[in-house]
Design a protein around this ligand. Structure first.
Ligand SMILES: [Zn+2]
Length: 840
């Protein structure tokens, strides 16, 4: 193996996993008081080597830290040099069997996430090598023994159980055998608490200081963790496989969470809620806790062999999380939650020119970050649920258990799972796999209904690829036929380009229908266009009278998807339709309506269009909150939508009064974060003395992490364009971009539709920096960077910037190009729809 390439190529990974065994790291890190002093470390690396497989080539150890100071291989010193992110261990000094390598080094800062009085490592997918020298690939699992020296008063959490701590030194017992991307520690000024559930004591480290949030949250967090663990042990038939279960809540964390065994990290703002939490927030919290906990089996115990299969651990984590949240939130409607959680997000990518298959190839681990996105987090669970439905719950679970048992403690690929599942079903999984997992895109459905003497004589459902391809996505879904007022749901088994639906034959001709009424199907479904035309607004209002929230939500999603394709409603009509649905009683369904309303308000209307609709929408929203809608959470969602679209001076004055007096409309509960968002909303609207409002808001916040966050955001909210410009330019530096979650929020303010004119000049540099952003940032960052920059754009000139960039870079990194096309999808659609319907 040469070392002409940086990173870990697939070939290098295969060579190393074939010749290395029993890898063990003994690591010491010195964490200084000041974050400007580098973190230094010492490592003893032990492994068993099958030397013949090296064929005389050196063994490459990955390291992308700040510096390497000394290296010794089996006691012999070698030059301390890094070439292409590797330390080369000469074959002549390596032994068959046991070897030991000693290295002293300085870590790079980025993946240490250093703050003033705490830090945490986040090493997925390939950043372990930025912190210490290692064989950084998921199938070189190892045992880690860790010791930290750190400032007095700090606490720490790691994969292993704490052995002893004294005088700023803390050591941990050997960890379980885990992949390098799962190695982690967090250290700093934290509070801690613990609970014992089912005989297991679990610890939580946190920095939250708000008493109300802590009171409202801590017991729930532990309770959900307990329920999740119980469910997973039962589902998998495998007892919790690691030595301990502890977790830490990180302020402004860049992901939702990360599944390090024994040291799970969570985004603090998702965990710590107060009594103003909406059902959506409670679901997000439960899902997040369950998701990371499910990873203990799916990902940590059985790990993908190579990162191209990273989606496998994510799909199972989400899939299990959905099942677990069904238990932790008793009022939860599983199907509805599944629909609203996954379908809009999956469609947003799968309908774009940047759509990609669930399973992608990966030549070098340094591109692994680009694999993450809505397809693996949202389409994959849909596909998995379809598979479970096709196989049956019990056979599916048996196959999953076989798979976990066979590969426990090791690594496996997606084909390994397919092989484990196949004996449990008659379904041809290879064919199923080809279209759902190895293919991108969605089917488009159409129908034909033959009626004779007022009764259905034949009902035919067809599917083709949205791209016109003749593929078939085998799936089942329902159609609700409205006959004499009530819906009759019939099932369609769409497993061929054209199927007859015998269950419909003989039924009375329906007044209208809702395709995919159970939300089980995936694709673009037909509308009752003719009926809409014939019955006008009555039909429009009635059409939403889907009997169940699930039916209505599926219908909203389908109407909006069709609108984006130029079918059915035009944007203005869809806006009016959403306006007519503000009394939707179900919170999750209402959330879909409001997101669509806001999307159309900003993306599919010109300024003149906004001005002509804003006053009326503001009034209707406020009236609904004050007089018509009773459920507190629905009121809150409506108030958020009101805040989002408020553009008249009267509405801004209302927002100001609510913020100033801390007196929301009756029944709406606002949290500190809500007031911060209100202050930001006023600032972005150039409300008089917006600077003073932000300063006052800052003074209302006592938690130091949240104060830091608002201080960071303030220049992006400034009414002074030059100040915003210089803030944007500062983001060119990777160290300024390191607070990724806050950067994304700030970009959202910079690119707010009301500021689109002044933000246009940021678009080109945002693209020019993209490769650097991918190189230096965490896995979700390129995508969220693009989304925050282009996601709310709507004009031809902005679309042209994207097209020109792609033309000027014909050989652009295909994974990043796909991300750009995904982020620009609604921009392209807005450009087209606004041209076709200039009335908007
Ligand atoms: Zn995950």
């Amino acid at each position: 193996m040469g070392q002409e390439y940086a990173g870990v190529s697939f070939a290098l990974a295969q060579q190393r996993s074939a010749c290395l065994k029993e890898i063990r790291y003994e690591l010491v890190f010195h964490l200084p008081d000041s974050k400007s002093v580098p973190v230094e470390g010492e490592e003893k690396l032990f492994f068993q080597l099958d030397k013949a497989r090296l064929a005389g080539h050196p063994l490459l150890l990955d390291f992308k830290g700040r510096a390497v100071d000394a290296v010794a291989v089996n006691g012999s010193t070698i030059p301390a040099v890094i070439v292409n992110e590797h330390i080369s261990l000469p074959a002549a000094l390596l032994s068959e069997g046991a070897n030991v390598v000693n290295v002293s080094f300085e870590s790079a800062d980025a993946a240490l996430n250093r703050n003033n009085d705490f830090l945490y490592t986040l090493l997925v997918p390939d950043r372990a090598r930025t912190v210490f020298p290692c064989f950084d690939q998921p199938d070189c699992k190892a045992v880690f023994t860790l010791r930290l020296t750190m400032p007095a008063g700090w606490k720490a959490l790691a994969n292993g159980i704490q052995a002893d701590a004294a005088g700023g030194r803390i050591s941990f017992r050997p960890s379980d055998r885990i992949s390098t991307y799962l190695f982690s520690f967090a250290a700093g000024k934290f509070s801690d608490t613990s609970r014992t559930i089912d005989g297991r004591t679990m610890h939580l480290l946190y920095r939250e200081t708000d008493e109300a949030r802590l009171r409202f949250s801590i017991d729930s967090i532990f309770r959900i963790e307990g329920q999740a663990l119980r469910f997973l042990e039962d589902y998998t038939g495998i007892a919790y496989p690691f030595q301990k279960f502890d977790f830490v809540a990180i302020p402004d964390f860049q992901f939702g969470g990360m599944e390090h065994p024994g040291a799970i990290q969570y985004k603090a703002s998702t965990l710590f809620l107060d009594s103003g939490a909406t059902r959506e927030q409670l679901i997000s919290r439960s899902n997040l806790l369950a998701h990371e906990t499910a990873h203990m089996w799916f990902g940590d115990l059985v790990t993908m062999t190579w990162f191209n299969d990273v989606w496998m651990k994510e799909v199972f984590a989400n899939f299990m999380a959905d099942k677990i949240s069904n238990l932790t939130l008793p009022d939860n409607n599983y199907d509805l939650k599944f629909l609203t959680d996954h379908y809009p997000a999956a469609y947003s990518v799968d309908r774009s020119a940047g759509a990609h298959p669930i399973r992608q190839t990966l030549d070098n681990l340094n591109e692994a970050g680009s694999l993450y996105g809505n397809i693996i987090y949202h389409k994959a669970p849909i596909v998995m649920r379809q598979l479970e439905a096709l196989m049956g719950e019990e056979p599916f679970r048996s196959g999953v258990r076989d798979y976990l048992k066979k590969y426990a403690g090791g690594n496996a690929t997606w084909p390994d799972l397919i092989h484990a599942l196949q004996p449990h079903t008659k379904l041809d999984l290879t064919a199923w796999n080809e279209v759902w997992v190895n293919g991108a895109g969605r089917p488009k459905f159409s129908y034909e209904m033959k009626v004779k003497d007022g009764k259905i004589a034949d009902f035919i459902v067809r599917q083709v690829g949205e791209d016109g391809s003749k593929r078939v996505w085998p799936q089942r879904f329902k159609v609700a036929l409205y006959i004499a007022g009530g819906p009759v749901e019939i099932e369609v088994n769409s497993n061929a380009p054209m199927v007859h639906v015998p269950a419909a034959v003989g039924l009375k001709e329906p007044g209208f229908f809702i395709f995919n009424s159970d939300g089980g199907g995936y694709g673009v479904f037909p509308l009752y266009n003719d009926l809409m035309m014939a019955y006008g607004w009555d039909a429009i209002r009635n059409s939403a009278s889907g009997k169940t929230p699930l039916m209505r939500a599926a219908n909203y999603i389908n109407l909006y998807g069709n609108m984006l394709d130029g079918n059915g409603f035009r944007p203005r009509e869809m806006l009016l339709y959403c306006r007519a649905r503000l009394h939707e009683p179900d919170e999750l369904a209402l959330n879909i309506v409001l997101e669509q309303l806001q999307s159309i308000f900003w993306r599919f209307q010109s300024k003149a269009g906004r001005d002509s609709t804003a006053g009326d929408l503001e009034d209707v929203l406020l009236t609904s909150i004050r007089y018509f809608v009773k459920a507190p959470n629905n009121k809150k969602l409506l108030f958020r939508a009101y805040t989002n679209i408020a553009t008249t001076r009267a509405a801004m004055d209302t927002l100001y009064a609510v913020w100033h007096d801390r007196h929301p409309p009756a029944g709406v509960v606002l949290t500190e974060d809500d007031y911060t968002n209100l202050a930001a909303a006023l600032a972005v609207r150039d409300y008089p003395d917006s600077k003073g409002i932000l300063v006052e808001q800052l003074s209302r916040i006592s938690n130091s992490d949240r104060r830091q966050r608002l201080l960071f955001l303030m220049p992006s909210l400034s009414n002074n364009e030059a100040e915003r410009d210089s803030f944007f330019l500062s983001l060119k530096k990777p160290e300024v971009r390191r607070r990724e979650a806050s950067v994304v929020t700030a970009l959202g303010y910079l690119h707010h539709p009301l500021r689109a004119e002044s933000a246009k000049k940021y678009l080109q540099p945002s693209l020019d920096w993209l490769e650097d952003i991918q190189r230096t940032g965490d896995v979700f960052f390129p995508q969220s960077w693009l989304q925050a920059s282009f996601g709310w754009c709507r004009t031809p000139a902005e679309a042209q910037i994207v097209r020109d960039f792609l033309t000027a870079h014909p050989d652009y990194n295909p994974l990043l190009k796909a991300k750009l096309l995904q982020a620009a999808d609604l921009l392209f659609r807005a450009e087209k729809l606004n041209r076709d319907s200039p009335v908007n």
